[in-house]
Design a protein around this ligand. Structure first.
Ligand code: ATP
Length: 397
């Protein structure tokens, strides 16, 4: 085994499982070279064809991405899609199988983690349990030989940023999950790293705290403008935090775009599915006129936006539940024959606070999921209307 491969920490290398030893090594290594390591401004972090395999499994397959300084990037995808592998490659915890990573002109993929000097925030916080909050946050600076006065100043500033001054003297065990995660963030930013890597930092928190911490991370990023790469499988988190989202599946990059692009214009059925387009039905493609596609089948007629590559007689519509307008149905025969209007019956109604999630079955047996602020009762006859521009039409997979 090559020495560099020894970072593979057993079965499944993950930054979660390696934190204490890796962190200590990283800090030890940085002692020597800290003067040269202080935050250096850079223009871009470039990933070219970054690939990592484990035996026959290609965990990450040719990721190409150029990240501008100060950008917030979310790596989004289902479990096993290669998100953590990408982050581990960036951190230096995993050697690449192919490709390169550069900070401006300098190749960094051969550098060990400590020479990259990236800040890391982990899912499980990875705090030292026997050290107070202040010592946890200042530990990296102490190891780098920073004078105590300077450490105190920087730790105070970091604690103020994450609003934990009042808890500085406590041990992590006496803090809530959200507070512990803030300590972890303070510890990452206090070393003034050029890049901050976060691996599902909110997934151990309950729903309410998750929302609060999400806003907190956004505020900290706005204040510091530090380049951040954030791994998540939660589309809402990615949409609300990121400047750009990278959607991964099976190690492949499916789409890179702004939250608005990914949400409204997914490039494939796969991305659409992942972004919550829950109504996916294969229909007969009647014709395409410009960017409009006309379809019919299963008792419905639809007009939608034709995506690239429609060629066969079959096509698939993808619609988000919240793009469906729900009204009471008067069982009007005209409605039944109108394009983009669907008649059906409410089957299951879930109350969601602000709105209702309703499963609506049609006579021909299709089941639509619609989200509506309108109060709906199970068994009610409904008319669903879907705006043409919100019906995306893809080739079948
Ligand atoms: P999760 O959200 O569940 O953490 P992920 O998107 O972060 O998933 P990765 O951990 O990057 O996914 O894994 C990507 C693929 O690589 C998966 O198929 C995984 O099983 C495989 N893999 C990861 N680490 C190893 C390893 N050490 N040995 C073999 N296969 C691995």
């Amino acid at each position: 085994m090559k020495k560099s491969e020894q970072r593979n920490y057993g079965e499944r290398p993950s930054i979660f499982s390696v934190v204490p030893a890796e962190l200590t090594n990283a800090i030890e290594g940085q002692k020597k070279s800290f003067a040269a390591q202080r935050h250096q401004a850079f223009r871009e972090l470039r990933l070219q064809r970054v690939t990592r395999s484990f035996g026959n499994t290609i965990a990450l397959n040719g990721l190409d991405l150029t990240i501008r300084s100060g950008e917030f990037i979310a790596l989004l995808g289902p479990s096993g899609c290669g998100k953590s592998t990408a982050l581990n490659c960036l951190a230096g915890l995993l050697p690449l199988t192919e490709g390169s990573i550069s900070l401006d002109q300098q190749r960094i993929d051969q550098l060990p983690p400590e020479r990259r000097g990236f800040g890391m925030v982990f899912q499980n916080y990875a705090l030292f349990p026997h050290m107070t909050v202040r010592r946890n946050v200042g530990f990296g600076l102490l190891m780098r030989g920073i004078p105590r006065k300077e450490i105190r100043r920087r730790v105070d500033a970091a604690l103020e940023l994450v609003q934990l001054q009042a808890h500085a003297h406590k041990l992590p065990g006496r803090l809530s999950g959200g507070q512990q995660q803030r300590v972890a963030i303070a510890r990452a930013i206090v070393i003034e790293p050029p890049v901050i890597l976060m691996d599902e930092p909110l997934s151990n928190l309950d729903a309410k705290l998750r929302l609060e911490m999400r806003a907190e991370i956004k505020r900290i990023h706005r204040d510091l403008q530090r380049t951040t790469i954030y791994v998540t499988h939660d589309q809402d988190e990615a949409l609300s935090l990121a400047d750009r989202i990278v959607v991964l599946n099976d190690g492949r990059t499916l789409q890179i775009g702004s939250p608005e692009e990914i949400y409204a214009k997914p490039v494939s059925l796969q991305v659409a599915r992942f972004m919550g387009y829950r109504n996916i039905f294969e229909l007969t493609l009647e014709r395409v006129e410009g960017d409009r596609a006309f379809l019919e089948g299963s008792g419905i007629q639809m007009e939608g936006v034709a995506q690239e590559g429609l060629s066969s007689r079959r096509a698939v519509i993808a619609v988000r539940p919240d793009d469906i307008v729900v009204d009471a149905s008067a069982n009007n025969v005209m409605d039944a024959a109108t394009r983009n209007v669907i008649l059906g019956q409410a089957e299951i109604v879930e109350y969601g606070g602000r709105d209702y999630l309703v499963d609506v079955s049609t006579e021909s047996g299709l089941l639509f999921h619609a989200r509506t602020p309108r109060r709906v009762a199970a068994g009610e006859r409904l008319r669903l209307t879907i705006p043409t521009e919100r019906v995306l039409v893809f080739s079948p997979e």
